[in-house]
Ligand binder design. Structure first.
Ligand SMILES: Nc1ncnc2c1ncn2[C@@H]1O[C@H](COP(=O)(O)OP(=O)(O)O)[C@@H](O)[C@H]1O
Ligand SMILES: [Mg+2]
Length: 391
């Protein structure tokens, strides 16, 4: 729920242009009306925006009161006089974010997303990033090369495009040795290096120009053509690129390198979900355990990780159950070993392109189903089922 507090109809209309027209937005004129609206809504996590026409003292006092009450309300202040004093006073009152009244739509969206997340956390329910934003950034990662990341990332991207009909972009973040262009038989004119080089002028349109389209309908942001260029791309630039892509593409699939680089840590930080690859060998299981620990330190909880065991049927002495026991957690998706995989790579045509329903494709489809953003209707039925205790 968003409550915009401001007596000026002009401001309400202005901010309304940037907000979802959904029914959970309320407009109130004064802080007294605000308190009433919040009391009526009881414990729903809420974001309160104080507009520039609410007297500052009044806004800060109410924000402080909301903070003391410990309610699941996160506050945002829009002000005409953005100064160090105002910022400090706002912070003391527990205001989550302060925006100038000349805010852009993007600034507002970002501040709202953060505030919503906080409000949900205060309510004890973590906000599902897929609910707050309409797109998903998913990074496929393992601390080992050759574990099948690129196979999974490409086929996942294609299956998501096929089953949702939505645009999907694949980002090759294996900056040193990325081979997605080769796997897709593409000759990129531009790569992520060019995007990073032009960082200052980067916006959605400019970035779209650096993508290489694939006949399957997905787009690729290719890795640099020379490995040496990888080092010049900073983590913040990677995050900016991913955010810009997420503005346009409902699904941004990132194919990671085989180790924790600065760039992939930056990507993981803005990813809604992560696919972590495992295989049936003792070093891989040990590495996976370490990776899960590192993810914990990065604040990425288990609920945002999909553990995928590749070549799950290999007869190599280690069994799925043993891997799960050693990891202390379940494997979410198991992909069998198949000769079709290297064949498809050599032919430059990922398995999912041909529409053939092999076991490998079926298992990656399971992963795609876990990642697919449920439609509004699906979400509603799910919510109802959960309330009735069914699933
Ligand atoms: N399920 C599988 N069955 C058979 N071969 C596989 C399977 N998954 C991956 N491979 C092979 O393993 C190799 C490495 O896969 P790749 O996706 O490039 O790994 P990564 O991106 O993690 O380095 C490729 O040659 C691919 O053909
Ligand atoms: Mg790879």
């Amino acid at each position: 729920m968003i409550v915009v507090t401001d007596p000026d109809r002009g401001f309400q209309a202005h901010i309304g242009k940037f907000l979802p027209s959904a029914g959970d937005r309320h407009e109130v004129a004064t802080t007294a009306e605000l308190e009433h609206a919040l009391a009526m809504a009881s414990d729903t996590p809420a974001v309160v925006v104080f507009g520039p026409n609410v007297p500052l003292d009044d806004a800060l006092q109410t924000a402080g009161w909301l903070q003391d009450r410990g309610s699941a309300v996160s506050t945002l202040l829009v002000t005409t006089g953005l100064s160090a004093e105002v910022l400090q006073a706002a912070m003391r009152a527990g205001v989550r974010d302060v925006l100038p009244d000349s805010f852009s739509g993007d600034q507002l969206q970002e501040a709202l997303a953060r505030s919503r997340d906080l409000a949900h956390r205060m309510a004890g329910t973590t906000a599902d990033p897929a609910e707050t934003s309409k797109s998903k950034i998913v990074t496929v990662f393992s601390t080992k090369g050759g574990s099948g990341k690129s196979v999974v990332a490409t086929n996942l991207a294609m299956l998501l495009a096929q089953t949702t009909g939505e645009p999907v972009v694949l980002v090759d973040l294996d900056l040193q040795s990325g081979d997605l262009a080769i796997m897709l038989q593409l000759m990129p004119a531009w790569t992520i290096y060019d995007a990073a080089e032009n960082r200052d002028r980067l916006d959605g349109d400019a970035l779209a120009g650096y993508l290489t389209p694939h006949r399957s309908g997905i787009s690729l942001l290719a890795a640099p053509l020379e490995p040496a260029l990888a080092e010049t791309i900073g983590g913040e630039t990677v995050q900016e690129i991913l955010r810009l892509l997420a503005d346009r593409f409902p699904y941004v699939i990132v194919d990671g390198p085989g180790q924790f680089t600065d760039q992939v840590i930056a990507a993981l930080d803005v990813s809604h979900e992560t696919v972590l690859m495992a295989s049936l060998d003792v070093p891989s299981v040990k590495n996976l355990k370490l990776a899960l620990q590192t993810f914990g330190q990065l604040g990425i909880g288990r609920e945002r990780i999909h553990i995928v065991l590749n070549r799950a049927d290999s007869k190599v002495g280690l069994r799925l159950q043993e891997v799960e026991k050693s990891l202390g957690t379940q494997v979410d998706v198991a992909i069998p070993s198949s000769r079709e995989v290297p064949l498809s790579i050599n032919q430059g045509a990922p398995l999912a392109t041909e529409g053939k329903r092999s076991e490998v494709v079926a298992s990656i489809q399971k992963l795609a189903d876990r990642i697919r953003i449920p439609s509004h209707r699906e979400r509603k039925t799910r919510g109802r089922r959960a309330m009735l205790g069914r699933n």
